[in-house]
Design a protein around this ligand. Structure first.
Ligand code: AKB
Length: 314
């Protein structure tokens, strides 16, 4: 039976992925690694540690007989620009530690890359799987480096590591992280708490996005796929929807006509957004292991509002 370690278990992806894995494999088989942020009433097996501490990770792997790692811990684009050294250390040293342990203990690994691995020289529309990768943020540099490390550990040591280039992910279980696409989560808090929101991107900043349930389903499907179906060992393009802040506002206004959104673009965040693709061609993932998204803009907006209302007791 699998024994699964999830690092970054209390972040945006982990908060939704851990319950999915607990349901599939049983609570006793899923170990949630937290460092600073740990959800108060977490229902499951909590282990504490920092992904930069290889010895701690090795102890956990041995003690709990871990077979699979979902290595989600990492800084995002905006947080990375605030502290590039920390971004490199957590995102790269952490990943190397996991890959080394995966080689030594024959672990299967999932690691998320991001649309941030692309850059201003990448084709912006329907960005192909294999294309120009010249990221300009430290976060993007760590994602591109990480993709190549994953491929290297697969080719050189046979480590079964699989990866997805996550677009902007939208969910309500965890508070929004320090990223660029995260305006699409903050906006729902603004809507429900104040009836208004001041957006840090321009109204026409189109970006690839995905509802979190699609992301967790796709992540588990990739990990479940037979190895012979995996043709990409850097990271798969992975897409669902794309929209601009104005389009999201229009969708929200269908349900809350009085909602007010103003625009006060932050130069750093807007610059990051302008360096990323607007839409992604993920046909390779669809062909290789049957990826298919389920949430469009309207469905995502409705579940976000209902879910966040419940979470905030409104
Ligand atoms: C960010 O905006 O930094 C992240 C991402 C797209 O990887 N959400």
């Amino acid at each position: 039976m699998k024994k699964i370690l999830v690092t970054g278990a209390f972040g945006l992806v982990g908060s939704d992925l851990v319950p999915v894995l607990q349901k599939k494999y049983g609570k006793a088989h899923v170990f949630a690694l937290g460092n600073k942020t740990i959800t108060k009433d977490f229902d499951g097996t909590l282990v504490r540690g920092d992904v930069r501490a290889k010895e701690t990770l090795a102890r956990i792997v041995k003690q709990y007989k871990i077979t699979d790692v979902y290595h989600l811990a990492g800084l995002l684009s905006v947080g990375g620009e605030k502290n590039p050294d920390l971004a490199w250390d957590v995102n790269i040293s952490g990943l190397r530690n996991v890959l080394e342990l995966a080689r030594d203990y024959k672990l299967k690994v999932f690691w998320p890359s991001s649309i941030a691995a692309f850059g201003p020289t990448t084709p912006k529309q329907k960005t192909p799987q294999h294309t120009i990768l010249e990221p300009t943020t430290i976060y993007g540099v760590t994602k591109l480096t990480g993709e190549l490390l994953c491929q290297y550990y697969f080719n050189r040591w046979g480590v079964d590591v699989r990866s997805l280039r996550y677009p902007g992910l939208i969910g309500y279980q965890a508070p929004p992280g320090d990223g660029t696409t995260e305006y699409s989560v903050h906006i729902f808090y603004g809507l429900l708490k104040d009836g208004r929101y001041s957006c840090f991107l321009k109204k026409d900043a189109r970006l690839p996005m995905m509802y979190i349930d699609d992301a967790t389903r796709g992540t588990v499907a990739l990990m479940d796929a037979p190895g012979k179906k995996i043709s990409v060992r850097t990271s798969y393009n992975f897409a669902a929807i794309n929209f601009t802040p104005a389009e999201l506002v229009a969708e929200i206004k269908k349900l809350y006509s009085k909602f007010v959104c103003t625009y006060d673009p932050d130069p750093v965040k807007q610059h990051i957004a302008e360096g990323w693709p607007q839409s992604i061609d993920d046909r390779v993932a669809r062909k290789d292991w049957g990826w298919k998204h389920e949430y469009n803009l309207s469905k995502m907006t409705k579940v976000m509002i209902a879910g966040l209302k419940k979470k905030l007791n409104l």
